[in-house]
Design a protein around this ligand. Structure first.
Ligand SMILES: Nc1ncnc2c1ncn2[C@@H]1O[C@H](COP(=O)(O)OP(=O)(O)OP(=O)(O)O)[C@@H](O)[C@H]1O
Ligand SMILES: [Mg+2]
Length: 249
């Protein structure tokens, strides 16, 4: 279980990015973080990933406290961040240098099939569409078989159609190994399609405002009328944070 306890983050300039954040994410659970720009979503994800330390509180996987990047945790960003001089195959297996070549190739072969890019193994990043590049980034993050996958707006730079297909794709990948996922998104429908729980955050200082448990089986249909109910609940919660008004004022 991923446990976040009493997390507080004050930056060196005195700005408080996060205040009293408590969250528990069960194994195999998919949790989305949603909230206005600047409410601390990326900061929270970076602290979970061990890329940044909290001022107070802690992140742990079961009993193990996270203070630096950890083999069980992978982070995927908004843009694919591939190495342009390496092929798709080489980009995916970059994090496996410590393994013997046969094992490296075996793992890369498995994951490249899962993301449907076998035919592009030898392609360079500049030959890929945005959606394909992001699939390579997902493969690279998953090839080390992390138990926790953190995603920071992974699809928000993509067109709407590609975004929908990658959402479906992510769920299919989740079906294989059931990694625990924490997904930051601005997209209400994306959160509702994918998540067991949606955490609404409130800005300045960043904290958790409300939590919605989306009690619907997956895969879900985007047109499911039950989702409409949750959409209203979620939009209401986002409105009630007052963050949007604060921006407009
Ligand atoms: N190193 C830093 N020093 C000072 N302030 C910071 C630092 N990093 C982030 N912040 C501030 O902390 C707040 C939260 O930032 P963060 O990037 O976590 O927001 P976010 O919710 O991910 O926003 P967005 O949706 O735009 O990505 C912002 O107000 C940001 O300006
Ligand atoms: Mg962010």
């Amino acid at each position: 279980m991923l446990v976040i306890e009493g997390l507080h983050k004050r930056f060196s300039n005195g700005f408080v990015g996060l205040e009293s954040v408590d969250l528990q994410v069960n194994k195999t659970e998919i949790v989305s973080l949603i909230g206005t720009s600047g409410c601390g979503k990326s900061t929270l994800l970076r602290i979970i990933a061990g890329l940044e330390l909290p001022t107070r509180g802690m992140v742990r996987i079961d009993k193990q406290i996270i203070t630096k990047p950890h083999a069980d945790i992978s982070l995927i960003f908004q843009e694919a961040r591939l190495m342009p001089w390496l092929t798709v195959w080489e980009n995916i297996q970059f994090g496996l240098q410590h393994l013997p070549k046969t094992q490296r190739n075996l793992l890369t072969g498995e994951i490249i099939t899962k993301v449907g890019l076998t035919e592009f193994a030898k392609a360079l990043p500049r030959q890929l569409s945005g959606g394909m590049a992001q699939r390579v980034a997902i493969a690279r993050a998953l090839v080390t078989n992390p138990s926790i996958l953190l995603l920071d707006e992974p699809f928000s730079a993509l067109d709407a159609f590609t975004r929908l297909s990658l959402q479906d794709h992510l769920l299919k990948i989740w079906e294989y190994d059931h990694p625990t996922m924490v997904l930051v998104t601005h997209d209400v429908e994306e959160a509702l399609m994918l998540s067991d729980r949606v955490i609404v955050m409130h800005g300045n200082p960043g904290r958790i405002y409300q939590e919605l448990a989306i009690d619907l089986p997956r895969p879900r249909r985007r047109t499911d009328r039950h989702l409409q109910y949750w959409k209203e609940q979620l939009l209401d919660a986002l409105d009630l944070t007052g963050d949007r008004l604060a921006i407009e004022a």
